[in-house]
Design a binder for this molecule. Structure first.
Ligand code: TXA
Ligand code: MG
Length: 353
């Protein structure tokens, strides 16, 4: 199959029209959202959705998000929209919040990977919204990467992973957030975050009384416990290199990283911040961003991980982030990229890698 790439800056209308007609005829179209690029298919067409799993090499037990262009479009897809879900939509849509609700019969089982729920989201991106509207259907879309690879934040990343596997890539430039949406489900008194993203816990607290964060966000899932979001079980965002997340205060962390850097063999990179680069003079380091700007670091993380692959880096040492605000999403993606290979700088001597 030949993969076409159309620049939306060059011809927005033509790109959207072609994308919408391809979606309507059961084809796959990669498109930009405010978070990461999505790999879309008509969510009501089970055969088209099955092709997404093939193209990505995605395990069949990992459900997809149905993307809509308005709150009213959710109703046919679900059994009910409880009042709190409605408020969340009104506050945060369009935007990076995905809400898990009981699914209706209209949603094919392949979308929800056999679960009784469906995840829904209205993206905040002109092209994504125009595409969904023009296609006239909800669009099932996971991130447009090969399964296990970092999510794509540019059309170039999508092409690197999916060339020859999808009909069309709509190029809308770099995405804003760079990490995927927050995934939340309702609980008796509020919500539980299954995957942190652009709508932070602090923001959710403005709307929901009780906001929980699932323990699997910052620690490996206990295999004995229920996998509430199958994505939690799968390997994620992993570059070719081994990744080690180092936590602790600036000095201790730098000392631990430098010690390992001297001892480990292979091609090494340190992911640090503007404020901590001074500890790593003479070593190969990459600046993720400023300490105060966890959102900015999120926006660069996946792209940096992909660059490390291109440079055949063997080991990446990452400075751990403070898990509040966008720092929670940042730390979650770092830990997942490392396969939860983490060490606390105080006990640096005994840690893994
Ligand atoms: O920002 C995003 O959410 C991007 C863009 C393209 O919209 N999409 C995305 O999709 O990240 P994906 O498939 O890579 O991640 C969806 C996550 C997975 O962790 C999946 O397990 C979870 O949402 N999920 C989907 N349906 C679910 C459900 N019914 N119950 C619980 N978790 C669900
Ligand atoms: Mg994904």
């Amino acid at each position: 199959m030949e993969t076409r790439v159309i620049s939306l800056t060059a011809d927005f209308e033509a790109g959207i029209a072609l994308g919408a007609s391809l979606l309507a005829s059961g084809c796959l179209v990669a498109f930009p959202t405010e978070t990461v690029y999505g790999l879309g298919a008509n969510a009501l067409d089970a055969r088209a959705v099955a092709r997404i799993f093939n193209a990505k090499g995605r395990p069949g037990d990992n459900p997809l998000i149905a993307h809509v262009a308005g709150i009213e479009d959710v109703y046919p897809l679900v059994l009910e929209v409880p009042p709190l879900a409605r408020s969340l939509m009104e506050h945060f849509w369009p935007g990076p919040l995905t809400i898990v609700l009981p699914k209706s019969e209209r949603v094919p089982g392949v979308v929800s990977a056999g679960l009784s729920t469906v995840a829904v989201r209205m993206p905040k991106h002109n092209a994504a919204l125009a595409l969904i509207r023009a296609s006239g259907v909800p669009v099932a879309a996971p991130s447009a990467n090969l399964s296990g690879r970092p999510s794509p934040t540019s059309a170039k990343h999508v092409l690197a992973d999916l060339n020859g596997r999808v009909e069309l890539i709509l190029d809308g430039g770099e995405t804003t957030y760079g990490v995927e949406s927050t995934v939340a489900r309702l609980t008796p008194n509020g919500v539980e975050v299954l995957r942190p993203g652009g709508v932070t816990v602090e923001m959710l607290r403005l709307v929901a009384d009780d906001v929980l964060v699932h323990p699997a966000v910052l620690a490996p899932l206990n295999p004995a416990s229920e996998a509430v979001s199958p994505g939690m079980l799968h390997r994620h965002y992993a570059p070719r290199a081994r990744v080690l997340v180092v936590e602790g205060d600036d000095e201790q962390r730098a000392e631990a990283i430098c010690g390992r850097y001297e001892n480990d063999s292979g091609k090494k990179r340190i992911f640090c911040m503007e404020e901590t680069r001074r500890f790593y003079q003479g070593k190969a380091y990459v600046i993720m961003g400023n300490r105060q700007d966890a959102g900015g670091m999120c926006a660069r993380l996946f792209s940096l991980l992909r660059e490390m692959d291109e440079q055949n880096v063997d080991i990446i040492y990452i400075e751990g982030a403070t898990p509040s605000g966008m720092g929670l999403a940042l730390m979650n993606r770092m830990l997942r990229a490392s396969g939860f290979n983490r060490v606390s700088a105080g006990q640096a001597g005994e840690g893994p890698i």
